[in-house]
Design a protein around this ligand. Structure first.
Ligand code: PMP
Length: 361
C-alpha cells in the first residue's frame, strides 16, 4: 500500500452492483428488476439503433476526436457555440478532467455531504484537498458552501438535482450563489438529472459568470448509460483548458453516432420524462402507504428512510431479484435509493418491499 500515491491510499472505490445476468443465475430467478443506477427503463427506438449499428461498421477507425458534428448539434440546441462544449466518456470523465485541470495539491475542492461519489474520487486522484460541507436536511446548503470558500478553493461541485438524495435547490438560490462566488473558484453545476426537474439550466448564466461550468449526460434522460457520453458547457477559455487535459479519443464512435440519432428523435426524451413523472408518483404513494418517509426528489429516483434494518431489507429485496441502491457508502446507512422503472417494475418493487416489511414486523 505504501507504494500507492498517498492521496489514493484512503480512497474507497465506487462499487457498482453485480451484473444482472450473474445475479439472475445465482438466484435461479427468471427475471431481475434493476432499479439501482438511475438509468431509464425505456429502450431507444429502432431508428436510433440503426444509426448505432451503422457506426459499428467503422469501428476499425478511431472516432472523430473533436466530436465535430455532435458539438455543433448540441450547441444549436443549447444556444451556445461549439467551442464551449467539452465531450467526455460519461460526464464522470468531464468531472475528472475538471479536477485535473483546476485542482491539485494545495488546492481545495468543495462539495456537500451526501453529494455524488465521483467528486471525492476526482479530488483525491489529483491530490487536492476535499472539503465536505455539512448538508441541511440531506440537501445542499448553499450558504454553508459559500462560507467554506477559502483563498485555496479552486473547484466547487454542486449537483442540481443531487444524487443520491434527489434534492434540488432553487434557481434564485443558485443565482445568488454565483453572484457571491469569487472568480478564483470554478463552480461546476452538475445537471445530470436536469431533464427530470423543472429548473432553469445554468447554461443561461454562462455569459454572466465566466467561472461557471455546467455538466450534462446522455446516461439518464437520453437512455445511453451503456455507451458513456457526457459533456460540459463553459466559457471557450475553460473549454480550451479542458481540451488540453482530455484524452484525444475519449468518446467512442458508437456513442457519437447514437447521440446524434437520439437528438433527432422527437419523442424519446419526452416519453422518458413523462414515464418518470408517473413512476415517481407511483413510488412515492406506495412508499407512503408502507409508512416509509421519502426525501423530496426532483430526479428519476426516490431515496427513502428504510430504518435500522435497511441493510437487511436491501438483502431481502435482492433475494427476490429486485436491486436497489444501499446508501451506507454515502454515510446514509438507514436509507435506500430506488430508481423509477416501468410501471410493472415499480409495482413489483413495492409489493416485494411490503412483504418484507410484514415478515419483519
Ligand atoms: N453526476 C451525477 C449527480 C450522477 O448521479 C451521475 C450518474 N450516476 C453522473 C454525474 C455521471 O453520469 P455519467 O458518467 O454516466 O454521465
Amino acid at each position: 500500500n505504501e507504494l500507492v500515491n498517498e492521496a489514493i491510499q484512503q480512497l474507497q472505490p465506487y462499487v457498482p452492483g453485480k451484473p444482472e445476468e450473474t445475479l439472475r443465475r445465482e438466484l435461479g430467478l427468471e427475471k431481475i428488476i434493476k432499479l439501482a443506477s438511475n438509468e431509464t427503463p425505456l429502450r431507444l427506438s429502432d431508428a436510433v439503433w440503426e444509426r448505432s449499428a451503422a457506426a459499428l461498421r467503422d469501428i476499425m477507425r478511431y472516432p472523430d476526436g473533436s466530436g465535430f458534428d455532435l458539438k455543433r448539434k448540441l450547441a444549436d440546441r443549447l444556444g451556445v457555440t461549439p467551442d464551449m462544449i467539452t465531450l467526455g466518456n460519461g460526464s464522470n470523465d468531464v468531472l475528472l478532467i475538471l479536477a485535473q485541470a483546476f485542482a491539485g495539491p494545495g488546492r481545495e475542492v468543495l462539495f456537500s455531504q451526501y453529494a455524488f461519489a465521483v467528486y471525492p474520487i476526482a479530488a483525491a486522484t489529483v491530490g487536492a484537498t476535499a472539503v465536505v460541507v455539512p448538508a441541511r436536511d440531506y440537501a445542499h446548503d448553499l450558504m454553508a458552501i459559500q462560507e467554506a470558500i477559502t483563498p485555496h478553493t479552486r473547484l466547487i461541485y454542486l449537483a442540481n438535482p443531487n444524487n443520491p438524495t434527489g434534492t434540488g435547490f432553487s434557481d434564485d438560490d443558485f443565482l445568488h450563489f454565483m453572484e457571491m462566488a469569487p472568480l478564483h473558484c470554478l463552480v461546476v453545476l452538475d445537471e445530470a438529472y436536469f431533464e427530470f426537474a423543472g429548473h432553469q439550466s445554468g447554461i443561461g448564466l454562462l455569459t454572466r459568470f465566466p467561472n461557471l461550468v455546467v455538466t450534462r449526460t446522455f446516461s439518464k434522460a437520453f437512455g445511453m448509460a451503456g455507451l458513456r457520453l457526457g459533456y460540459s458547457v463553459s466559457s471557450p477559455q475553460v473549454a480550451e483548458i479542458l481540451n488540453r487535459v482530455r484524452q484525444p479519443f475519449n468518446v467512442n464512435s458508437v456513442a457519437l453516432a447514437t447521440a446524434l440519432a437520439v437528438l433527432d428523435d422527437p419523442n424519446y426524451v419526452r416519453d422518458v420524462v413523462e414515464l418518470n413523472a408517473l413512476g415517481l408518483k407511483q413510488l412515492q404513494a406506495g412508499l407512503k402507504t408502507l409508512d416509509l418517509a421519502c426525501l423530496p426528489t426532483e430526479a428519476n429516483f426516490v431515496t427513502f428512510h428504510a430504518g435500522p434494518k435497511a441493510g437487511a431489507i436491501y438483502d431481502a429485496l435482492l433475494r427476490e431479484g429486485v436491486i436497489v441502491r444501499p446508501l451506507a457508502g454515502y454515510d446514509m446507512p438507514e436509507y435506500l435509493r430506488v430508481s423509477v422503472g416501468l410501471d410493472s417494475e415499480n409495482e413489483r418493487f413495492l409489493s416485494v418491499l411490503g412483504d418484507i416489511l410484514k415478515s419483519q414486523a
